[in-house]
Design a protein around this ligand. Structure first.
Ligand code: 5GP
Ligand code: ZN
Length: 114
């Protein structure tokens, strides 16, 4: 998708602050961090929302979580804790329509989420 911001990061047209990459996913620091660690983990394949991660590619959804856990450990937050969030569509607060798993760490998270 040429007009998708996150696809431009996958293609290299835009260079994010990458913290992890493999053949399926890219992870980079959020431009507007909401915690001392705020990383976005995205599939390299373009789909629009979590609604598009279904039975045909559910392995990918699991991989996004596994990568987030790996990054949290690499950054030293495995024991203190962290939060993962995936927003979907308007009521979920999604603003970039390429799925992305937020990884937050480094501060005490509030619950319930706002
Ligand atoms: P959403 O609201 O869709 O769940 O999250 C989109 C996220 O993308 C936001 O946290 C926002 O700060 C981040 N973001 C938007 N544009 C850019 C960008 O150009 N670079 C990076 N690294 N993050 C971005
Ligand atoms: Zn995309």
């Amino acid at each position: 998708m040429t007009d998708c911001l996150f696809c431009k990061m996958v293609s290299g047209d835009i260079t994010p602050d990458t913290v992890y990459e493999d053949d399926q996913v890219l992870a980079f620091r959020d431009l507007n961090p909401q915690a001392p660690l705020h990383v976005l983990v995205i599939p390299k394949q373009h789909v629009s929302t979590l609604n598009d991660l279904n039975d045909s590619n559910e392995q990918l959804a699991g991989h996004l979580l596994a990568v987030a856990a790996k990054i949290a450990a690499q950054e030293g937050y495995a024991d203190s804790g962290y939060r993962t969030v995936m927003n979907c569509n308007a009521d979920g607060g999604q603003t970039v329509f390429h799925p992305h798993l937020h990884l937050f760490a480094g501060r005490k998270m509030q619950w319930p989420a706002g």
